[in-house]
Ligand binder design. Structure first.
Ligand code: IPE
Ligand code: IPE
Ligand code: MG
Length: 268
C-alpha cells in the first residue's frame, strides 16, 4: 500500500489547482478539490463492538484515523478541514464514555500539538469551549493561541459543538448589538450572521463526509454546509484512511454543483 501511495505523498502548495497525473495505475488526486471539507467521524463504538472491545478502544483507534486524514489534507493542499469530535448532544452518553472522550481529547492535544504546529496548522475550536472541563478548556485555548499566526491547514475541531447552539449564539450576539444601538434589525444581512459563527472568515463547506453509514448530519454545521455535497460512507471511522478519503474526493469531483442555477453547458 505504501508503494501505491508514494505518488500522493508529495506536498502540494495550498490550492495549487491541477494535480500532477501519475502513470494511471494509481488513483491520482482529482483536479477539482474542495476548499473546505467537513467530516462527521462516526462509528467508533460499532468498530469496537465488532471486535469485542470496549467502546473506548474504538475512540482511541479513531484518533489514529484522524492523524492520517489531517496529514492527507496537509499533503494535498486542502485549505480547511472541520471535524466533529464531540457534540452538544454527546453529553447524554454514559458518564464513563464522556470521561473517556474527554481524556482522549486532552491527550490528543498534548501529544499532537507540536506536530500540528510544525505543519503550520491553524487550530480553531468550534463549539462552546467554556462548557468544557477546566483541563480540556486550558489545553485547547493554548493550542489556538499557539497556532493562530500559522498559515497552513485551517483545522476546525468541533468540541461541545451543536449547530442549533451556534445559531442561537449568533442570534443573541446580533440582538445584543441591536440593543446597544450598533445596528438595526432590518440591517442584519447574511454576512452578519456568518460573522457571528465559529467559522467566521472561512469558506463554506464544499464536501461533507459522514462515515458509518448513518444518513443524517446530527446538528453539524447546518449553516456552513447548506450547499455542501454530501458523501455518506459506510466505512466505520477507525477504518477510514487516505485511500478511502481519496475515493471520496473523486466522488466530490464527479458531482455537478449548480447552486440553484443550471448546468454550465445549458446556461452558457
Ligand atoms: C463517533 O463514534 C465518535 C463520537 C460521537 C464522539 P460513535 O461513538 O458515535 O460510534 P457509534 O455510532 O456508536 O458506532
Ligand atoms: C455525531 O455522531 C457526533 C460526532 C461524530 C462527534 P453521533 O453518533 O453522536 O450522532 P447520532 O446520535 O448517531 O445522530
Ligand atoms: Mg455514532
Amino acid at each position: 500500500m505504501l508503494q501505491k501511495l508514494t505518488g500522493l505523498l508529495t506536498k502540494r502548495p495550498r490550492n495549487a489547482g491541477v494535480a500532477p497525473r501519475d502513470d494511471g495505475a494509481r488513483l491520482a488526486l482529482p483536479e477539482k478539490l474542495p476548499r473546505h471539507v467537513g467530516i462527521i467521524m462516526d462509528g467508533n463504538g460499532r468498530w469496537a463492538q465488532n471486535r469485542g472491545l470496549p467502546r473506548s478502544a474504538g475512540h482511541a483507534a479513531g484518533t489514529e484515523a484522524l492523524r492520517d486524514i489531517i496529514q492527507a489534507c496537509d499533503d494535498w493542499g486542502i485549505y480547511a478541514l472541520s471535524i466533529y469530535a464531540f457534540s452538544t448532544e454527546n453529553w447524554a452518553r454514559p458518564k464513563d464514555e464522556v470521561g473517556t472522550l474527554m481524556g482522549l481529547i486532552l491527550r490528543y492535544f498534548q501529544s499532537e500539538i507540536d506536530e500540528l504546529d510544525a505543519k503550520g496548522a491553524v487550530i480553531r475550536i468550534i463549539g462552546d469551549v467554556d462548557g468544557l472541563p477546566d483541563k480540556q478548556r486550558d489545553v485547547v485555548n493554548r493550542a489556538m493561541e499557539r497556532t493562530r499566526d500559522n498559515d497552513g491547514l485551517r483545522l476546525n475541531i468541533a468540541l461541545n459543538y451543536g449547530g442549533h447552539a451556534e445559531l442561537t449564539r449568533a442570534a443573541r450576539r446580533l440582538a445584543a448589538r441591536c440593543v446597544a444601538g450598533e445596528m438595526k434589525p432590518e440591517d442584519i444581512a447574511e454576512a452578519d450572521v456568518e460573522n457571528e459563527l465559529y467559522t467566521a472568515g472561512l469558506p463554506p463547506v464544499d464536501l461533507l463526509i459522514r462515515t458509518s453509514g448513518e444518513i443524517r448530519t446530527s446538528n453539524f454545521l447546518p449553516w456552513q454546509a447548506a450547499y455542501a455535497e454530501m458523501v455518506f460512507n459506510p466505512i466505520l471511522w477507525p477504518d477510514y484512511n487516505r485511500e478511502v478519503f481519496l475515493r471520496d474526493l473523486h466522488e466530490y469531483a464527479s458531482r455537478d454543483r449548480r447552486f440553484g442555477g443550471v448546468k454550465k453547458e445549458e446556461g452558457q
